[in-house]
Design a protein around this ligand. Structure first.
Ligand SMILES: CC(C)(COP(=O)(O)OP(=O)(O)OC[C@H]1O[C@@H](n2cnc3c(N)ncnc32)[C@H](O)[C@@H]1OP(=O)(O)O)[C@@H](O)C(=O)NCCC(=O)NCCS
Length: 182
């Protein structure tokens, strides 16, 4: 091979490498567009709103029962639903999370008394979505959780809620921590 043809081969290889790199970049862009489409589709399919049907209320009651191991809060959840205080996160007709907003529970301040996300739907932003939905509709919302509930405490911290103090004596050895929207 002569010196000139060596340079040509080198240039050709370089050009080939550049084309491969550009193709890879185009693929990344193509997949990024695809991923954005999937995320957009999931977001569009997710609704956070008041519970409207008896099926949705029953699903919230069942989720609470699975979490608590008892149905002792069933009447409370149904009463909240009747007062318009039951909020659900619904993905393609399936209730995956709910919260109860209660205005007569805590010094007549809007108070989230229960927030439960179905076990297999956790860490997908539904808890944060429900908090944001409720807090965007009022200037001040309160909630509380046990000190031992690291997941809820981290959720509240990340969502920017303000820690206001804790109350001892409700659950022995596990104080109740109170938070409000900042
Ligand atoms: C607490 C609970 C509501 C969180 O709901 P969730 O939908 O999983 O939370 P999100 O996906 O919105 O999480 C938002 C952020 O909160 C924090 N967080 C949530 N769960 C966490 C966990 N188990 N460990 C650490 N951080 C956690 C993270 O910072 C998370 O952001 P990231 O996923 O980007 O790291 C859910 O775990 C649950 O239903 N627990 C049982 C019921 C309960 O304890 N309710 C609260 C008192 S009534």
């Amino acid at each position: 091979m002569s010196g000139t043809s060596g340079v040509v081969v080198c240039r050709f290889r370089l050009a080939e490498l550049m084309v491969t790199a550009l193709r890879a970049f185009a693929d990344i862009k193509k997949y990024a567009r695809y991923l954005r489409f999937i995320v957009g589709f999931a977001e569009a399919a997710l609704e956070i709103r008041k519970a409207t049907t008896s099926d949705e209320i029953a699903r919230a009651v069942a989720m609470d029962e699975a979490h608590l191991g008892s149905n002792k809060r069933a009447d409370y959840i149904k009463a909240r639903a009747e007062n318009g205080g039951l909020r659900v996160a619904v993905l393609r007709d399936e209730v995956l999370a709910f919260c109860c907003l209660d205005n007569g529970y805590f010094f007549e301040k809007p108070f989230i008394s229960l927030l439960i996300v179905s076990v297999d739907a956790r860490r997908r932003g539904l808890g944060a979505g429900l908090l944001s939905h409720v807090s965007s509709a009022s200037t001040e919302v309160w909630t509380s959780t046990n000190r031992s509930n690291a997941a809820m405490r981290k959720l509240l911290d990340k969502a920017g809620w303000r820690y206001c103090g804790e109350l001892r004596g409700l659950d022995e050895g596990d104080p109740e921590r109170f938070y409000k929207t900042a």
